[in-house]
Design a protein around this ligand. Structure first.
Ligand code: CP
Length: 316
């Protein structure tokens, strides 16, 4: 079955069927990643540019690894070592990449909407690796993959997203993806970090609960967000210590959630601020499985965007 999407800009653009197709394809690629030879020729001859205007550890490395596992040709751009330092604009940089006949641009940019802007003049596919506060669709997908492989299905489950919702593209992509897949989403965090009309986000909306223990009391999983200090124009909470006191997830707080409640965090973590050391490394944590699934999900997205189908023989 064809994927029928040229770009991946945000999960709001996808149907439940398309999200399921990505997750099913990622499961196939996870099997490939378990083989002795973890590489398939699926994207041989396809050129991918990784264009990163913001720092990244997980997303950049896992996209690059995914591309290598699919046998694509890769070029890398990092703002810090580029001619952006000499004043080159986003449009000019992307026009240069276009002139080099790239097939897919994977981009992270600090401005919300940068990818939609790029899609108006680039003729290649664009995959959003994070744009400002707007979206981080592959993070949302890898979070869903991690939950689905533990639960078998997402429909009917309850997920609570905790922390700096306002500045978080991860929160928005999780809300869009999870609500489309039939998950009941609750958001919890300081009122100063809650977007206006947050309850209307996603498909069918989300629940809002300011009391952390109440917010997690029925949760099958909690997704704990980093406080995005780099995006905050003014001080939105008194101190890190007080944040941890009220919204930090400690072992004691986690006891308010049902037994077996899974703990996610997109990284990078501020240990001792939004999450206690013992919770991050505890039995309920699926934080490193999230990272592992990031490679399979990004392989699936690139493969489907490039026109691949799992019915073909590309995985052999
Ligand atoms: N989760 C995430 O996007 O991490 P990086 O910023 O390290 O890519």
């Amino acid at each position: 079955m064809q994927f029928n999407q040229k770009h991946l800009l945000g999960l709001e653009d996808l149907t439940e069927g398309q999200i399921t197709q990505i997750l099913d394809t990622a499961d196939n690629f996870k099997e490939v990643l378990g083989r002795k030879i973890k590489k398939v020729p699926a994207l041989r001859g396809v050129t991918i540019a990784n264009v990163f205007y913001e720092p990244s550890t997980r997303t950049k490395m896992s996209f690059e690894l995914a591309e290598k596992r699919l046998s694509a040709d890769i070029i890398n751009f990092s703002k810090a070592t580029s001619s952006v330092k000499k004043g080159e604009t986003l449009r000019d940089t992307l026009e240069n990449i276009k002139a080099m006949k790239v097939d897919i641009v994977v981009m992270r940019h600090e401005s919300s909407g940068a990818h939609r802007f790029a899609s108006e003049f680039l003729d290649c596919s664009i995959v959003n690796a994070g744009d400002g506060q707007h979206a981080h669709p592959t993070q949302g997908l890898l979070d869903m993959m991690t939950l689905r492989e533990r639960w078998g299905t997402l429909r009917g489950k309850k997920v609570t997203i905790i922390g700096d919702i306002m500045h978080s593209r991860v929160a928005r992509s999780n809300i869009w993806g999870l609500t489309k897949m039939g998950v009941e989403v609750t958001v919890c965090g300081p009122p100063t970090m809650m977007p206006v009309e947050v309850a209307k986000l996603g498909e069918g909306g989300v629940k809002l609960e300011y009391d952390l223990r109440k917010a997690i009391s029925g949760a099958d999983a909690i997704n704990i967000l980093r406080i995005q200090l780099e995006r905050q124009k003014s001080k939105l909470f008194p101190s890190m210590r007080e944040y941890f006191e009220v919204f930090g997830v400690s072992c004691d707080v986690l006891k308010s959630a049902p037994e077996g409640c899974l703990v996610l965090h997109p990284g990078p973590m501020n240990r001792g601020v939004e999450i206690a050391q013992e919770v991050a490394d505890g039995d309920q944590s699926v934080i490193l499985p999230q990272v592992a699934n990031g490679v399979a999900v990004r392989m699936a997205v690139l493969f489907l965007i490039a026109g691949g189908t799992v019915e073909g023989d590309e995985l052999n």
